[in-house]
Design a protein around this ligand. Structure first.
Ligand code: ZN
Length: 425
């Protein structure tokens, strides 16, 4: 999960009477309670899975080995139709008992750590340390425990549940795995991403981002001998100046930065090439497109001004989109948010409605499909750093709250009907 430090939007949500009664029914059912007890007893096995998963390297764009391992685990757990798609996502189906909604529950396989990173897990005083131990080995392991909760205690969902390990969540992966899943499966009614730690946070708002690589090119030449030709660096400097002056709204928040620049060959050369990377983010699609249009205009204008300065047309600019995560929002009284809220409460905890983040849930949220991101349980810190750590404290609450959320959404045979609506097919 990419944290955007934009918390504070969470408000307490009142549960609707329908959701309340569904969760009262679920929590007074013996089979459901057996499932929850199973996950508590499954805690140590889940931790062992987490360690085993962490020790299989899975850099974004190179998740194959971990993906194959996870696919084998899904097959062992008696899911149907276990397969890997062409993007590298692996998934299996827990078939429902009747016609009902189709829910996709996914944890990302990839890590931000490059090939060659030492991913061996070290344990000291109950603290487990390794890059990726929490994000997202915990999410992947929690999902396995949730699946066992269904298959080993025979809790039968009404709707279909697809469990998935997906590729491409981090960085330049650009949510490629989940984008492929929603491109190839147009009949999914709801989505839960399981990412990172904790068992109280509900992410239901999506921070969108667009990222560009912008390259200016020109003739270049000696700083003295060729003086009089336009410079790629000067053109890019003009663009940066214009972008830096752009004003953005604070609500909904829009942010931007030129995060990296490179170019030129020496101090006494007119630069033939210059490149910059720009990141822009927003919590609403409109604000993002508006800023993007202004930034792209500034980039073109900078080229024209540099050419005009030297009565030339030799500077060109090439703009390449290198990141696209859609923005979107949902109401706190939407069924999927309420189901997660009721589940966390039913386990005796206080739910926390998080501010907007960038997660795999961005993709369905932007498509108008109900979606949230939940933690896999436990606690830890230093995600995305080589010093990442994890403590297995009350960790079973992660799988339990995911399990309960699923049950409410897709229903349980003979116990309660699904509350997640089926979209028009
Ligand atoms: Zn993550």
């Amino acid at each position: 999960m990419v944290h955007c430090n934009d918390s504070g939007l969470g408000r307490d949500s009142e549960l609707s009477p329908g959701i309340k009664s569904t969760y009262e029914t679920l929590m007074s059912n013996d089979t459901v309670i057996r499932g929850l007890d199973f996950m508590m007893a499954d805690d140590e096995r889940t931790l062992n899975d987490q360690i085993a998963i962490c020790e299989i390297p899975a850099p974004t764009f190179d998740e194959r080995v971990r993906g194959r391992y996870y696919m084998e685990r899904l097959s062992e757990l008696d899911l149907d139709c276990v397969e890997m798609d062409s993007a590298g996502n692996v998934f299996g189906l827990l078939e429902g008992s009747a016609d009902g909604p189709k829910l996709l529950v996914a944890a990302h396989l990839d890590t931000v750590f490059p090939e060659g990173t030492d991913v061996k897990v070290a344990c000291k005083h109950q603290m487990y340390c390794a890059p990726g131990i929490g994000d997202n080995s915990r999410g992947l392991a929690s999902l396995l425990s949730v699946i066992r909760g269904f298959t080993e205690t025979h809790v039968k969902p009404v709707g279909n549940v697809i469990f998935c390990g997906n590729v491409g969540e981090e960085g330049l992966g650009d949510l490629a795995g989940v984008k492929a899943l929603f491109r190839n499966n147009t009949d999914i009614d709801g989505f839960i991403a399981v990412d990172g730690l904790g068992s109280r946070d509900i992410v239901y708002l999506a921070t969108g981002s667009r990222r560009y690589e912008v390259t200016y090119r020109g003739p270049g030449g000696h700083s003295f001998g060729a003086f009089g030709v336009p410079s790629a660096i000067h053109a890019m400097g003009r663009a940066i100046g214009k972008i830096a002056d752009l004003k953005t709204p604070t609500n909904p928040k829009v942010t931007f930065t030129v995060g990296m620049v490179s170019g030129g060959t020496s101090v006494n050369s007119i630069a033939a090439e210059a490149t910059m990377l720009i990141d822009m983010r927003a919590n609403a699609t409109g604000g993002l497109s508006e800023f993007e249009a202004k930034a792209l205009e500034a980039i073109e204008l900078a080229k024209d001004e540099e050419n005009a300065r030297w009565q030339s047309d030799s500077i060109t600019v090439h703009v390449k989109l290198i990141g696209d995560r859609p923005a979107g929002s949902q109401a706190t009284d939407s069924v999927i948010v309420q189901a997660a809220y009721a589940s966390i409460q039913a386990l005796g905890n206080t739910p926390n409605l998080e501010g907007p983040h960038s997660t795999d849930a961005n993709v369905p949220i932007a498509l108008g499909i109900p979606a949230i991101c939940l933690g896999g349980g436990g606690r830890g810190g230093n995600a995305h750093s080589p010093d990442e750590w994890y403590e297995n404290v009350d960790a079973y609450l992660g799988p339990q709250s995911i399990f309960l959320t699923i049950l409410g959404l897709v229903g349980v045979e003979g116990v309660c009907d699904p509350i997640l609506p089926q979209r028009g097919r």
